[in-house]
Unconditional design. Structure first.
Lengths: 153, 245
């Protein structure tokens, strides 16, 4: 899955200005992986995905993503273990991680060195706002509401 | 009113304050334990509901972004399917949780009757989509059960056992009980362990369905256990003299 459309949120110096950030989506729920990848592509990001922490570590080595969307509760290797392993690797420890989970708290996310935290369920606008913020290294803006007031979270 | 009489009436009205009044702490401890178990189960269910809720929300949002033409096309169809699947998962989680909650806490009227086992087993297997099914019932074997609760438990267990496996059901009398052994997809280790917030994530709803089936079995005076990589549902037999089909 990839897209070459330009997008806001490119970290300066990381890549060519014309190349969209690559986001690694890690979630064991196949529908969620597919939907998040689809909507990120629609927003101009490039995407790759993994179903557990172990597969995600391989993806990080092979594809060097600009940001990671991380579920916590997963089989094989959970999100917390993945994040801790990643943070111990000097070459990878600065990749921003946005925790998106059905379980856990902001404190849990901070404890594993995550850059941001969102608890499911949340709307697309909020996800994009937080993702762009962690990529840009800034605080997310206040919850966005899309046109027609569809995003209630 | 004499002071002694007042003391007696106060004492009668507040038995917990009497010296040696042990019942209250015991009841509180039991209540706290039950409350804690309910809280753990609710934590699990709340977690399990968040994923399909996200799927339903996002697929609907993506659908809303599509042009009417695209919405009627393959992409629209896929997103609609995802949304419906997620909502079905939610519906089942909610139904199973509230039924388990009613059995645990508020009680539910249980109408025990004599049930010949083969018909409900075949009906449940049909609903569960079991493609290969073998049922062997000891002649004339019936159980005492609430038919609708038994149907729900059988449907849940058979649905889980039938996933990509042939299902073999054996029903027999043993130890004064009706025993139903359902063999198919092997149960995961700890498949019947109590659910709590730390339980592994379950995208299928099977964990909660098995919890509900366990509670149904208990409420019918029976039990659901694992036996030799199979599910073993134990139910009371009808009283002697009752029609055993």
């Amino acid at each position: 899955m990839s897209s070459n459309r330009p997008v806001a949120g490119e970290r300066e110096g990381d890549r060519e200005a014309s190349e969209a950030p690559l986001v690694l989506v890690i979630d064991d729920d196949g529908d969620i992986r597919e939907l998040v990848c689809e909507l990120l592509e629609e927003e101009g990001f490039r995407v790759t995905s993994a179903r557990d922490g172990m597969e995600a570590l391989r993806r990080v080595d092979e594809e060097r993503p600009s940001a990671i969307l991380l579920d916590l509760k997963m089989p094989v290797m959970d999100g917390a273990t993945f994040a801790r392993v990643l943070r111990r690797q000097p070459a990878r420890c600065t990749i921003p991680i946005l925790v998106i989970t059905a379980d856990g708290t902001e404190a849990d996310a901070e404890a594993i060195g995550a850059t941001g935290f969102l608890q499911k369920p949340f709307g697309i606008a909020r996800l994009l706002s937080h993702l762009k913020a962690v990529i840009d290294g800034r605080e997310p803006s206040s919850p966005e509401r899309p046109a027609e007031g569809m995003d209630l979270y | 009113m004499a002071l002694s009489e007042l003391e007696r009436r106060v004492s009668d009205a507040t038995p917990d304050d009497r010296p040696g009044g042990d019942p209250e702490p015991t009841a509180s401890a039991a209540g706290a334990s039950a409350g804690s178990q309910r809280g753990e189960l609710l934590g699990f269910v709340a977690h399990e509901m968040r994923n399909p809720l996200s799927t339903a929300l996002w697929s609907a949002e993506l659908l809303a972004r599509l042009s009417p033409q695209d919405r009627a096309g393959a992409r629209g169809e896929k997103l609609t399917g995802m949304s419906l699947r997620a909502l079905q998962r939610l519906r089942l989680l909610i139904e199973d949780h509230f039924l388990a909650e009613r059995l645990d806490v508020r009680g539910i009227p249980i109408r025990m009757e004599t049930v010949a086992l083969e018909a409900p087993l075949r009906a449940a297997a049909g609903k569960a989509g079991a493609k290969e099914l073998t049922i062997a019932v000891e002649p004339g074997l019936c159980a005492r059960a609430d038919r609708s609760l038994l149907d729900r438990a059988l449907e849940a267990i058979l649905s889980i056992a039938a996933r990509e496996h042939a299902v073999i059901v054996e029903c027999r009398r043993a130890g004064g009980r009706a025993i139903i052994v359902i063999r198919g997809a092997p149960p995961a280790p700890g498949a019947l362990a109590p659910l709590n917030k730390g339980s592994a994530s379950d995208q299928t709803g099977r964990a909660l369905a098995l919890h509900l089936s366990t509670r149904i079995a208990e409420s019918l005076g029976g039990a659901l256990t694992l036996e030799d990589h199979a599910y073993r549902l134990e139910l009371p037999l009808p009283a002697q003299g009752e029609n055993e089909g």
